[in-house]
Ligand binder design. Structure first.
Ligand SMILES: [Zn+2]
Length: 236
């Protein structure tokens, strides 16, 4: 029966079957990644605790391959540590000193970057930032662990895009490399952390919309200082 079909069709069909298998694999690895990321961010997997590939595979109902791929990616993001002969564990919580250093770094770089971004702002860039901020403010249903981890991810994107628009690639890379948002958000799992940040982002967006560099600088400084104050109780 197949012989009645034109040869191109056959090879297309075969190709698309192959593609589906690949997409399915990527899909599973992506889903496993999102699920483990959410558990790590919401402290469902406690900092420092062992992570067993077998258990996760069973819990998420997938084979070990996507789990290992997801864990490798999380290792690159500093959320998972792999120890020779022992295996994977959740990265320990950042220490107070590291926390202070991260916020010091952000305060030295981001307010200035916000000022530059405001001066380089245009309608298209503003729309990008409004889109990202909009995703964060959508509450809706769904699992609260997922919502929290997705907020952390989009906050990272929001700040990264501002650094991109500020125009210094090295500053952007430096902050991206620290994965500051993942480590900071993982200190605490609390809705206050996300709700207050939304208003602060709005103040930033208004400064950008007005093209007001000084207001953007002030709004970014305020946002980072308040974010630090919200998370400080994690060390008490
Ligand atoms: Zn933010």
């Amino acid at each position: 029966m197949n012989s009645l079909l034109p040869p191109d069709f056959l090879s297309d069909a075969r190709q698309s079957a192959g593609l589906k298998a690949i997409n399915r694999h990527h899909g599973l690895a992506e889903e496993a990644y999102e699920a483990i990321f959410a558990q790590l961010m919401a402290l469902k997997i406690a900092p420092g605790s062992r992570i067993t590939v077998d258990n996760l595979a069973r819990e998420l109902n997938v084979s070990q391959t996507p789990i290992r791929e997801a864990l490798g990616r999380l290792e690159g993001e500093g959320l998972v540590v792999k120890t020779h002969l022992i295996g994977y564990s959740a990265a320990p919580q950042i220490a107070r000193r590291r926390f202070d250093e991260l916020y010091d770094l952000r305060l030295q770089l981001e307010p200035e970057a916000a000022q530059r971004a405001a001066r380089a702002m245009d309608a298209q860039r503003l729309a990008v930032l409004r889109d990202v901020a909009g995703v964060m403010s959508r509450r809706g249903g769904g699992d609260e662990h997922y919502r929290y981890s997705s907020f952390a991810r989009f906050d990272a994107v929001f700040h990264d895009r501002i650094l991109e628009f500020a125009g210094n690639g090295l500053i952007r890379e430096t902050l991206a490399h620290q994965h500051t948002h993942f480590h900071i958000f993982r200190l605490m799992f609390h809705s206050r952390v996300t709700e207050e940040a939304l208003d602060e982002h709005e103040a930033l967006l208004q400064a950008f919309e007005a093209g007001d560099g000084k207001a953007a600088k002030r709004a970014m400084r305020d946002h980072i200082e308040r974010s630090r104050d919200r998370l400080l109780p994690a060390f008490e």
